[in-house]
Structure formats: C-alpha cells, structure tokens
Design a protein around this ligand. Sequence first.
Ligand SMILES: Nc1ncnc2c1ncn2[C@@H]1O[C@H](COP(=O)(O)OP(=O)(O)OP(=O)(O)O)[C@@H](O)[C@H]1O
Length: 252
Amino acid sequence: MKNAAQVRHLTIAFDNKPIVNDVCLDIPSHQISVLVGRSGSGKTTFLRAFNRLNEEHTGCQTSGELCLDLGTGLEKQSDIYAGSVTALRLRVGMLFQTPNVLPVSIWRNIAMPLEKLTNLSREAISQRVEKSLNDVGLWSEIHDRLHSPATRLSGGQQQRLCLARVLALEPKILLLDEPTASLDVLASKHIEQLLQQLVERYTIIMVSHSLSQACRLANKLFVFDSGNMVKSLSKQDGITEEKLAALIEPRL
Ligand SMILES: Nc1ncnc2c1ncn2[C@@H]1O[C@H](COP(=O)(O)OP(=O)(O)OP(=O)(O)O)[C@@H](O)[C@H]1O
C-alpha cells in the first residue's frame, strides 16, 4: 500500500513545552486516518504539522521528519514547492471544527481563493465552483441562490461550503479537525457519507472526538495520549467503540 505521508520522530513544542513527542507513523494514501485521544493529547497540533500551521505561532519548535506525497512521490515537506507554505497549503487543504464561511456570497466564497491563489480564467473558475459544489452535494440545493450571502446557509450547508472551498483548490490531502463537532446528527451523517465518497480521490486525516464516528470512518486509527502516539489500529484489526474507550478512558 502506498503512503501519502511518513512521519518520523516528529516532536513539537510550544515555548519549550513538548506537546507532541517523537511520533512515528505512516498515513496510507486514499484512506481515512483518524486521530483520537483525550482532550489536550496533541491531536490538533499533530494535524496542523501537515500544513505547517503550527509555525504561525511564535514559540513553536518542530523537529523530526515529515514526508508527503503530493503527486510526485514522497518528499520532505520542507523541500516541497521550495518551501512555499502557500503552495503547500493548496495541496494540503484543511477544514476546521466550526464552519468559517466568508461574509460574502456562496459563489464568492469559492471563487475568491481561486482568483487570489491561481491563474485560472473566469470560465475555469466557474467550472471549479460548480464542480466543487456538486462534489459536496450542495449544487442541487443552492444553485438558484449562488449570489446570496453564505451566512444564510444552515450550519451543515456552511460546513459543506467550506469543504467545497477546499476541494476547489484541488488538494491531495485533506486535514479535518473535528469537522462535525458543531453539527447536528443529520448534517454530521451527510458529511460522513461525503468523506466516504471523497476518500477515493483524496487522502483524509481527521481528528474526531466521537468514538462511534471513528469506528465508522477509520481505515487507520491512531490513539494519542499526552503527546505520544500510543496505539495504531487498522480496520482489519476490528475497531470497536469498547476497544477505543478502553484505550483512551480518563486516568483515575
Ligand atoms: N499555539 C499554542 N501555544 C501554546 N500551547 C499550545 C498551542 N496550541 C496548543 N497548545 C497546547 O498544546 C496542548 C495540546 O493541544 P491540542 O489542541 O493539540 O490537543 P487536542 O488533543 O487536539 O485537544 P482537543 O481534543 O481538546 O482539541 C494543549 O495543552 C494546548 O494548550
């Protein structure tokens, strides 16, 4: 099986306080890898290493090696696109816990990043907007109100719009930080179904607090505890909620 990422001895500290400790793991291509663990165990910090988002914080120190395959084989992250963080983030897209739609129209939410970050023609941008809205199942719901404010969409639709905005930039890897945490059961189910379809085209790495969700979605599961990756499980191992709960239950 091909790997989309290889992490070796990754250590991340903020202001000299270690948050992620010497983590080694492989992320398989075109599968869903889920990171679980207690609050504060370092999952988000680990996830944010893949698009170098931790580096936005002064006082962050990272060591170890992270290699990514963004279409041309595994390469050191620091060498990809000659170290351009913006170019890297186009290929390693990220979706956050709470939908962060821009206070503009549905259409502009997707078109604006394409105008700013690519050299695509107006026509190509239109095609990407329509395709990405179709990919997240939104086109049929909102094609007649593309120019109304994105903030008028429901929470679930806003999260799918944010996903469409990421997909329009044609990433290879999707980072999802608790993408359904702010959504109701139906909207969460919709996102989960989308992820199961999208994994054919993208490698997905996600943080989840829901053990049932982790069991439904994970091809590969990594358990974090106090900044350490303490257990790795594959779908074939039989990932059950009971097994996971036992692995991450609070210390007495
Ligand atoms: N920019 C930062 N500066 C200093 N400390 C930070 C920073 N970001 C995260 N931390 C600390 O790192 C630790 C791990 O946080 P992180 O968000 O990675 O954990 P988590 O497992 O994702 O938690 P949760 O499940 O609650 O989201 C926490 O103690 C947090 O306060």
